[in-house]
Design a protein. Structure first.
Lengths: 352, 315, 488
């Protein structure tokens, strides 16, 4: 009798990650960069100083938020490629709040966070509705809306929200300071404590939502077997929409963090690719919320640290991205091979 | 405004997009979605440029780019058909990997002056007023794009192989029952599609945009995916979608002075159009129009191939 | 020319679908293959047509041992198979459907193809519009197109799998005429069916299969009682069981029309009392599934009314039916009931009576434990649905039922279960009956129908052709009716 053993997923995952690392080390060695040196530089680049750590954490937050949202949509069986657009939409709504809502910092910041969540949720619901009512595959619907959101952001930046006299795609005016995501000065650097707290909270909430609530259980049912879910009396469409709303809200908050915490203004590329990277994080985490925080940290560390590679070893900083995507590719293949072996053993074993 | 010159440049600029969309149409028509397009094109463009640069001949560059596109498609096919990995998952990861590789490997080549394909106006034909300039005053790559449209159309609708191709994408069990080797052919067509996507990448770096930098093929891979859907998986309509997109880009440029910022926003137009097309397909509008005008049905059928994205298993 | 099947074996997991099947068919013979569902006919035909590979055994055509590894090999040998669902490419034209996969020059000459289509179909007495979309063809017409195609490609053996399901009477006559013509011309024709009358009318000889083996061969005419006996085997006498106390009428069907799916019911009326068990007999595809779907609210009836416990539920949605006290257990346990990937505990939590927002896993676990005890499920609360055996899956499904069900609809409740599991499942079902639940269940097992039903509705070709009182019915009569005939 087999129960869900984490061994059946963890072992091939870890083995694949190991293989990916080995391959990357080989690649580095081939281009003449000593792998250990590269690893050290990456760590230094990510955590070498208080400032660097702050930056790393600030980048980690939106990735975790987006990933947490994606865990929810994946649980419902949806490929939410529209997550990038949801982040952008969140940033747009947050920008609106930052510009229009008066008051002291705590009022504005709260407003931007709520606005961001609403913006992301609405944009995600659009994908969900296209899917449930219009039968439009959420992959292409989401992709299309990604670009629409990007276009909208661009339009706002060079149009209604452009800087005085300068209509440029480099962004809007900088937000007033009350709207900036608050930081606390620790060890001589501005630590994004609120952001980190939100990221951890989001992970915990998603984890318990899926594990310990009726909503989460039904979401998972819809994702694993829509037909059985229907026969059990679960309204599939409603739960798909819930999943998109929650996932979109979290992505929207990621957008807020990017706008008010990182850029302090709205730029066209505000999503920073965190949406797509989030998909990679969740793939690597086996679609479970348990591992997204450390994996996301790994991703950001590699990305942040890779800039060091450029400076010191004359290696393009895109190496970090190569390492990360190769790792995910290996894990995809590794888990698939393991699943194949399991299937073969199951049919072989059952001889009459 | 010199319309013939404008149309000439629209057609020339659209050539790479035509290659990519024809390739993806072939792949999707047989049932395989290649979501890595954006990455494949970029990596192929970079590799094509670099190899041409090293070897000193554009042809070598094109060959290398085609190989890159084919290899990426082969990975998708292997993962999907042999290991049952979801086409979307593997295509998406390869997209990001290819983009990263293109940046990483191509870094040192940014800004280098590259080779370009020489222009080749067809004698006599290019002297025809208006149409001569529009259609016959191009280079090999552009003529190749015309050929690609014709070959894809001819393959689908005039050959036995094409009919079987449509069959495996529409209802693989039915094709299998007729003795057609479904998975082998899907692999073949996906790889051919990938090769054409690779070709389109080289067409950018060696013909249209010349040279290499990261933003070279900006979003054209995604646009290609959208156009394939918008064109209803029919080669001629998809090609028209490419040219329409080209005209939109020109229009955006011209309107720049009147509506600032239009140039940045208009390029996203294919996407809402794609969504609209998908909604109309499933709402049955095209099907109902097709029932009312059966003669036009060939032009109106826009449904995706019935078994697109699915894995075919024997038992 | 002879088609010989020699000792064909094929197993799927632990199930022996074909357990040493041998028989032969001569050219010019219209040969019938009879058997109930699960007898192994479809598997065998899939082997002969190359769709699946046998584990062992030989297929010999015209003295040549065939190496059948894929449909391409079968086609090359001249074996043509008409599947029950004719596998037509719906968005393509009739002509393209005709031409797809046929050999010839790479460049398709559609005009020549259309001429061939006209010629071939003319010979068979069919007519087609080559430009019509295949989607618009009826099932019978799709069949005709496939037959035309197979013959055009030079089939020497024609296999038809339950071809008369879903076609009109005229089309059936046309089909039979063509088949007789083809047999006269020297083709080998294999007609797979469960319909006694058709086999009697059409076939020259017959092979009967049961439980994966050949249990009889005969040259027609053969008294139907013999065929029935061969198809269903020795049916036990229904043991004396105490007549249950039956309550007031709970379910009333009045002039019900269901013409969706495989059903062809018109004006059907039935009253079911509380605690009554109604068995639906008949072979797969005879309309039971569509009937059950209609009663569950998955499909809307085309006419008539369904009244449950005094309220009219005819036009209500599936979820409203659930709320009204209906519970549906379709045959696909993992596809249409349990959720692959979720544990027993999670399933229990899903269907718990109280549904608070925060799940108390401690409580869910103890509920799961008591369900496991109560229903003797071999598993732990952490066992996933797919890791359970069929019998245990069925027990879990029963454990998940709400406490008060007015109408329980089941499709093949004991399919694939061993005797002990099946008996235990019925014990639990009868407990519900004693509580006053009406039970309607479809089954292919005649013993089960006779033992547990109070009344039996026999389905054939989409209609209910007879309502039997189980206490006085016997296996032979039931077998006849399932085959479409009254015992004379």
């Amino acid at each position: 009798m087999t129960t869900r053993t984490w061994g059946s997923v963890a072992v091939p995952t870890v083995a694949s990650v190991g293989a990916a690392f080995a391959l990357s080390a080989l690649l580095l060695w081939l281009v003449g960069a000593p792998p250990l040196e590269a690893a050290k530089l990456i760590l230094q680049g990510a955590f070498g100083s208080a400032d660097k750590t702050a930056n790393t954490l600030l980048a980690w937050t939106p990735l975790v938020l987006a990933s947490a949202g994606l865990v929810v949509t994946f649980a419902a069986g949806m490929w939410n490629i529209g997550v990038e657009g949801q982040i952008i939409m969140g940033a747009i709504f947050a920008t609106f709040a930052a510009r229009e809502i008066p008051g002291p910092a705590w009022v504005v910041v709260t407003a931007t966070l709520i606005a961001g969540a609403i913006g992301g949720a609405l944009w995600a619901l659009l994908v969900g509705l296209l899917r449930t009512k219009g039968n439009v595959n959420e992959i292409f619907g989401g992709l299309g809306l990604d670009f629409v959101a990007f276009g909208l952001a661009t339009y706002l930046i060079i149009g209604p929200w452009s800087r005085q006299g300068i209509a440029s795609t480099s962004g809007t005016d900088i937000f007033r300071e009350e709207a900036w995501l608050p930081t606390i000065t620790l060890f001589g650097a501005s630590m994004p404590v609120l952001a980190v707290a939100m990221a951890i909270a989001a992970t915990v909430v998603v984890y318990y939502l899926l594990r310990g609530t009726r909503l989460g259980l039904r979401l998972k049912t819809v994702g694993k077997s829509p037909r059985s879910a229907y026969l059990l009396g679960i309204p599939n469409d409603a739960y798909i929409l819930y999943a998109f709303a929650i996932g979109g809200a979290l992505a929207g908050i990621a957008g807020t963090v990017q706008a008010t915490g990182f850029h302090h203004k709205l730029v066209p590329a505000v999503s920073g690719n965190y949406g797509f990277l989030g998909i990679l994080v969740v793939l690597l985490a086996g679609f479970s919320a348990k591992w997204i925080d450390p994996i996301a940290l790994f991703f950001i560390a590699v990305a942040a640290g890779s800039t060091q590679l450029d400076l010191r070893l004359d290696l393009d900083s895109a190496f970090g991205d190569v390492l990360l995507t190769v790792t995910v590719l290996f894990v995809l293949f590794g888990t698939a091979i393991a699943a194949q072996k399991r299937r073969r053993r199951a049919t072989m074993g059952a001889e009459p | 405004m010199d319309w013939s010159a404008t149309l000439n440049s629209v057609i020339a600029a659209a050539a790479p997009l035509v290659f990519a969309t024809m390739g993806e149409t072939i792949s999707e028509k047989s049932g395989v979605i290649n979501l890595s397009l954006e990455g494949s094109m970029r990596l192929a463009a970079m590799v094509g440029f670099v190899v041409a640069f090293w070897v000193g001949h554009a042809l070598a560059g094109f060959g290398a780019a085609i190989a890159v596109g084919a290899v990426i498609a082969a990975i998708i096919v292997f993962g999907n058909i042999r290991l049952k990995i979801n086409q979307i998952a593997i295509g998406f990861v390869l997209f990001l990997l290819a983009v990263a590789l293109a940046s990483f490997l191509g870094d040192s080549f940014v800004g280098e002056r590259g080779l370009r394909v020489p222009p080749l106006p067809i004698p006599v034909l290019s002297d025809i007023p208006f149409f001569g300039k529009v259609l016959f005053d191009h280079d090999l790559v552009v003529y190749g794009s015309f050929l690609a449209i014709f070959v894809t159309w001819y393959l689908f609708y005039r050959t036995r192989a094409g009919l079987s191709l449509q069959g495996i994408g529409e209802r693989p069990e039915g094709a299998f029952a007729r003795g057609i080797p479904v998975n082998k052919l899907r692999a073949l067509y996906a790889i051919i599609g990938g090769a054409m996507v690779g070709l389109s990448g080289a067409a950018y770096s060696l013909d249209i945009k010349l040279g290499w930098r990261e933003t070279l093929t900006l979003n054209l891979g995604w646009i290609a995916l959208a156009i394939v859907i918008f064109g209803g998986w029919h080669p001629v309509r998809v090609a028209m979608g490419c040219y329409l997109f080209g005209i939109l880009q020109v229009a955006a440029f011209e309107l720049q002075s009147v509506f600032p910022g239009v140039a940045q926003v208009l390029p996203i137009a294919p996407f809402p159009l794609m969504i609209l097309a998908l909604v109309m397909i499933y709402a049955g509008w095209f099907a109902r129009l097709g029932d009312r005008w059966p003669k036009a049905r060939g032009w109106l059928i826009s449904e995706p191939p019935g078994a697109i994205g699915t894995i075919f298993e024997r038992e | 020319m002879t088609l010989e099947l020699v000792d064909i074996h094929k197993h799927f997991g632990a199930v022996r679908a074909n357990d040493g099947v041998s028989f032969s068919v001569e050219a010019g013979e219209l040969h019938g293959l009879l058997g109930e569902n699960g007898a192994g006919k479809s598997t065998l035909m899939n082997v002969v047509s190359g769709f699946i590979e046998a584990d062992s055994g030989k297929v010999i055509l015209d003295g040549e041992v065939l190496d059948l590894r894929s449909p391409a090999d079968a086609i090359a040998a001249g074996i043509g198979m008409l599947h029950q669902d004719p596998l037509v490419f719906l968005p393509f034209t009739v002509l393209d459907n005709f031409l797809l996969g046929s050999p010839g020059p790479e460049r398709i000459d559609r005009k020549a193809g259309a001429a061939e289509l006209e010629r071939m179909s003319g010979e068979l007495g069919f007519t087609f519009d080559p430009d019509q979309q295949a989607r618009l063809l009826t099932v019978g017409e799709r069949q005709q197109l496939q037959i035309t195609r197979l013959l055009w490609l030079g089939a020497k053996v024609l296999i038809l799998d339950e071809p008369t399901t879903g076609i009109s009477a005229t089309q059936r006559e046309q089909l039979f005429f063509v088949l007789k013509q083809l047999a006269d011309e020297g083709l080998i024709v294999l007609f797979v069916s469960h319909k006694l009358e058709e086999v009697e009318e059409l076939c020259d000889s017959v092979t009967v299969m049961r439980a994966g083996r050949v249990v009889g061969e005969a040259t027609m005419p053969v008294p139907p009682s013999e065929l029935v006996a061969m198809m269903f085997g020795k049916v036990i006498e229904a043991p004396q069981r105490p007549k249950p106390v039956v309550g007031p009428p709970v379910l009333e069907l009045t002039a019900l029309d269901v013409t969706k799916g495989t059903a062809d019911l018109t004006g059907f009326s039935l009253t079911v009392a509380a605690g009554e068990v109604i068995g639906l007999a008949g072979l797969e595809g005879s309309g039971q599934r569509a009937f059950l779907d209609a009663l569950a609210g998955l499909v809307a009836p085309d006419g008539g009314t369904v009244v449950l416990d005094g309220s009219d539920v005819t036009k209500l949605s599936y979820r409203q039916h659930l709320a009204a006290g209906v519970h549906y257990l379709p045959a696909g346990r993992l596809e249409e009931g349990l959720v692959e990937g979720l544990t027993i505990e999670e399933h229990v939590a899903l269907t718990a009576k109280e549904q608070p927002f925060f799940i108390d896993w401690g409580e869910a676990e103890s509920e799961a434990d008591s369900a496991i005890d109560d229903y003797r499920i071999k598993g732990t609360p952490e066992s996933t649905a797919e890791s359970l055996s069929g019998g245990n899956q069925q027990r879990l499904l029963l454990a998940m039922m709400p406490a008060d069900v007015d109408l329980l609809l089941m499709e093949h409740p004991t399919r694939g279960l061993d005797l002990e599991s099946a008996e235990y499942v019925w014990t639990k079902i009868l407990e519900r009956r004693d509580d006053g639940t009406c039970i309607l269940f479809a089954s292919a097992d005649l013993d089960e129908l006779l033992i547990y039903s109070d009344r039996i509705l026999v389905f054939f070709s989409g209609r209910v052709i007879k309502v039997l009182d189980a206490a006085t019915a016997d296996g032979e009569e039931l077998g006849y009716l399932i085959g479409g005939r009254e015992r004379s």
